[in-house]
Write a protein that binds this ligand. Structure first.
Ligand code: FES
Length: 225
């Protein structure tokens, strides 16, 4: 039987050598690739060993393979190749290290700034089942950066915390065991806080885990007098 192939155009840019980006075109056998990540691994292993991208778990859990695929954000290990032309670009709003790898330092800085950990009110403070159900919608965030990348405000304002940080913030605001509620709200009241969000919902559209960051931001706003 005749072998089936997928076509994929991959964003290439090496800031140390290139003055402009380009798309390189590859053909990948369907017997070797099902997902976009399979195709990238095939290209790196058999066609061009210089292709740079991040990936780890290959099962949609670590968040490292987020990129812009065929017109929308997604996880390369979860998005299937489509017949005809496929096209991949790196996450936006962050400097390119090489090809599909971006420098996520600003993303992690903003994440750390919201104190992404539980500080218990007391050692005895246990979580009720009902409260655990309440935070369920936030804990699936895998910090892939797709929402940060899709957000207009993170692009326009480098001080803006961004949707993922606010999702994690809301996770702790909802947690009945947490002692930092007032401190957390103080952080997001500020100039680069939640009221900078214009509810464009690009983050909801980008999230591969359907977390709806925009709704989390609205919930945080309701906590602020
Ligand atoms: S490789 Fe971990 S989410 Fe894709």
């Amino acid at each position: 039987m005749k072998e089936k192939y997928y076509k994929i155009a991959v964003f290439r840019f090496d800031p140390l050598k290139d003055t402009a980006h380009r798309f390189d075109h590859y053909t990948v056998p369907a017997s070797k690739a099902n997902t976009v990540l399979d195709a990238l691994i095939y290209i790196r292993d058999y066609i061009d060993g210089t292709l740079a991208f991040r990936a780890s778990c290959r099962q949609g859990r670590c968040g490292s393979c987020a990129m812009h695929i065929n017109g929308r954000y997604g996880l390369a290990c979860e998005v299937r190749l489509v017949p005809g032309q496929n096209r991949v670009r790196p996450l936006g709003q962050m400097p390119i290290i090489k090809d599909l790898m971006v420098d996520m330092e600003r993303f992690w800085e903003k994440y750390e700034a919201i104190k992404p950990y539980l500080v218990r009110r007391s050692n005895e403070a246990a979580q009720t089942y009902a409260n655990r159900r309440k935070i369920e919608k936030t804990v699936d965030c895998i910090l892939c950066g797709a929402c940060f990348s899709a957000c207009m405000m993170t692009g326009m304002n480098s001080g803006f915390h961004g949707p993922a940080a606010f999702v994690v913030m809301n996770r702790f605001l909802l947690d009945e065991r947490d002692a930092l509620r007032d401190q957390r709200l103080e952080i997001v009241k500020g100039e680069n806080g939640v009221f900078r969000c214009h509810s464009m919902y690009n983050c909801n559209e980008a999230c591969p885990k359907n977390i709806k960051p925009a709704e989390n931001i609205l919930e945080i706003k309701k906590n602020i007098d």
